[in-house]
Design a protein around this ligand. Structure first.
Ligand code: CP
Ligand code: NVA
Length: 308
């Protein structure tokens, strides 16, 4: 049996593979909008394992599998043996004998790596403490739809050096763009944790206004990610000056877009006038989770398909 391909972090795929996936996403999206039935995954099953909460990720994978002719099964740690100490390796052996792909949202990246190493089928990272590759795939597809190629462009990341930030940084290396990061002191990017090859594609700024200056895309995320709730009070104080507001958007390029993976906290990491304003593309960004993940599922289960 040949080892399956997995999507555990952004750099698991090459630039050529992402170009293919973005083209497939556009085609699958267009068919969906035209109400054309497309069932390449008929009789295939995706198992979705959630150890953390989700709205968009669950919905987009479940609806996406259904629209591709297959089905999706939802498991969580509360009411499966996963929450009662069954080794992740054993779970992987069993779950992957009964399904065609597995999506996992969990805590440490190491958990998903261990699962994948014992899985007979492709494993997809639906968010870990370290990475959120499906979200960045949707974000970049959205940027390309709205503004064209991302190569050479500048993305401003304002806020926490979290799973989203790390994945933007990996994507910059794979797709050759730049990320300007500004975090509060003590929350800076750790290149090793982010899984970077080098420092050529990102720059850290003390002042968030400097990071946003002349950016093509400004983006942020919650100050406290899932799993870090105990730090919430300290983070509220530390991040108070790292809000994307209208003044910050004004120093970016006039045609800059604003993105947020959602859920958002208006008045904390983003001002309501920005997320609800004319430069915000957050609803397209959320919708594109559906289309890009359908392309991902098709690719991981069937390999490259010819455009029909
Ligand atoms: N952006 C995102 O992954 O949303 P959910 O947590 O709702 O899945
Ligand atoms: N950084 C956030 C993203 C939520 C989609 C978290 O991990 O909670």
């Amino acid at each position: 049996m040949t080892a399956p391909r997995h999507f555990l972090q952004f750099k698991d795929f090459s630039r050529t593979e992402f170009e293919y996936l973005f083209a497939r996403s556009a085609s699958i999206k267009q068919r969906f909008k035209a109400y054309q039935k497309y069932w390449p995954l008929e009789d295939r099953t995706l198992v979705m394992i959630f150890e953390k909460a989700s709205t968009r990720t669950r919905l987009s994978f479940e609806a996406g599998m259904h629209q591709l002719g297959g089905s999706a099964i939802y498991l969580n740690t509360r009411d499966s043996q996963l929450g009662r100490g069954e080794p992740v390796e054993d779970a992987a052996e069993v779950i992957s004998r009964m399904s065609d792909a597995v999506m996992i949202r969990t805590y440490e990246q190491e958990i998903i790596e261990r699962f994948a190493s014992h899985s007979r089928v492709p494993v997809i990272n639906g968010l870990t403490n370290e990475y959120h590759p499906c979200q960045i795939m949707a974000d970049i597809f959205t940027f390309i739809e709205q503004r064209g190629p991302i190569q050479g462009k500048t993305v401003a990341w304002i806020g926490d050096s979290n799973n989203m930030c790390n994945t933007w940084l990996q994507a910059a290396e794979v797709l050759d763009f730049n990320v300007h990061v500004s975090t509060p002191p003590g929350y800076e990017v750790e290149a090793e944790r982010a899984g970077l090859y080098g420092t050529d594609h990102f720059e850290q700024f003390v002042d968030p206004m400097d990071a946003a200056r002349d950016a093509d895309l400004v983006t942020t995320d919650v100050w406290t990610s899932m799993g870090f709730e105990a730090e919430n009070e300290a983070r509220m104080k530390a991040f108070a000056d790292w809000q994307v507001d209208a003044d910050m958007m004004r120093v970016a390029k006039p045609e800059a877009v604003f993105m947020h993976c959602l859920p958002a906290h208006r008045g904390e990491e983003v001002a309501a006038e920005v997320i609800d304003g004319s430069q915000s593309v957050v609803w397209d960004e959320a919708e594109n989770r559906l289309h890009t993940q359908k392309a991902l599922l098709e690719f991981l289960v069937l390999g490259k398909v010819k455009e029909s």
